[in-house]
Design a protein around this ligand. Structure first.
Ligand code: FES
Length: 147
C-alpha cells in the first residue's frame, strides 16, 4: 500500500476510535484508578483497571483531550484487556518506542492491532505526549499493582 493510502487509512482508524471510543467509562469495583494529565495542554485521563491473577480483565477510561490522546486511550484499553500485566507493559514499551520513531522489533505474538495507526505520530514530536498519555497511566497503575 502506498504511504499516502496508509496515512488515510490510519487517520480513519484514529478518528473512528475518537468518535466511537471503546471502553469509555469507569470500573466501579476493586479497580486500580490513575489520573494523569498532559501538563502542556491540561488534557486529562482517568484510567481504571481491574486486575485478577495478574491478568488485566477490564480497562476503562474517562477524560478530555485531543483526538490523538483519546483515540490512543481507546486503543490501549482495547489492546490490554485480557492480557497478563507483563504483556501489557511490553506493549507499552513497544508503543512508546514506535511513536518516538525508534526501530521496533515486534514479537510476532504481540498483536498491535489498531495501535499501529498511531505510528505516524513520530513525525509530529509535539504530539508524542498526546499519544503516550494513556499508556503512561497504564504503566503507572500496573507498576503499582506489581509492588
Ligand atoms: Fe492535549 Fe493532545 S493536545 S493531549
Amino acid at each position: 500500500m502506498s504511504s499516502n493510502k496508509l496515512d488515510v487509512l490510519y487517520r480513519q482508524v484514529i478518528m473512528d476510535h475518537y468518535k466511537n471510543p471503546r471502553n469509555r467509562g469507569v470500573i466501579e469495583d476493586d479497580s486500580l484508578t490513575i489520573n494523569m494529565n498532559n501538563p502542556t495542554c491540561g488534557d486529562r485521563i482517568q484510567l481504571t483497571l481491574k486486575v485478577e491473577n495478574d491478568i488485566v480483565v477490564d480497562a476503562k477510561f474517562e477524560g478530555e483531550g485531543c483526538s490523538i490522546s483519546m483515540s490512543s486511550a481507546s486503543m490501549m484499553t482495547q489492546a490490554i484487556k485480557g492480557k497478563p500485566i507483563e504483556e501489557a507493559l511490553v506493549l507499552a514499551n513497544t508503543f512508546s518506542d514506535m511513536v518516538q520513531g525508534k526501530d521496533v522489533e515486534v514479537d510476532e505474538d504481540l498483536d498491535l492491532g489498531d495501535i499501529e495507526a498511531l505510528s505516524g505520530v513520530c513525525k509530529f514530536p509535539a504530539r508524542i505526549k498526546c499519544a503516550t498519555l494513556a499508556w503512561k497511566a497504564m504503566e503507572k497503575a500496573l507498576h503499582e499493582e506489581d509492588k
